[in-house]
Unconditional design. Structure first.
Length: 56
């Protein structure tokens, strides 16, 4: 039976919602290394630009 066929009051909805949230969380967790890497690069650029500003 498809979940869409069941009524809105169905007990399976919280589970579906949890699964959707878990999928979102997993997708986000997979992106964290890329996000961290880009943050590192951003911080490096800020440090370098602040150093060059101090030299002037």
């Amino acid at each position: 039976m498809h979940p869409q066929v069941r009524s809105v009051g169905s007990p399976c909805l919280p589970l579906q919602a949890r699964l959707a949230i878990d999928a979102d969380t997993a997708a986000f967790a997979l992106r964290i290394p890329k996000i961290m890497k880009s943050l590192e690069l951003l911080v490096e650029q800020i440090i370098l630009s602040s150093r060059s500003l101090k030299k002037k």
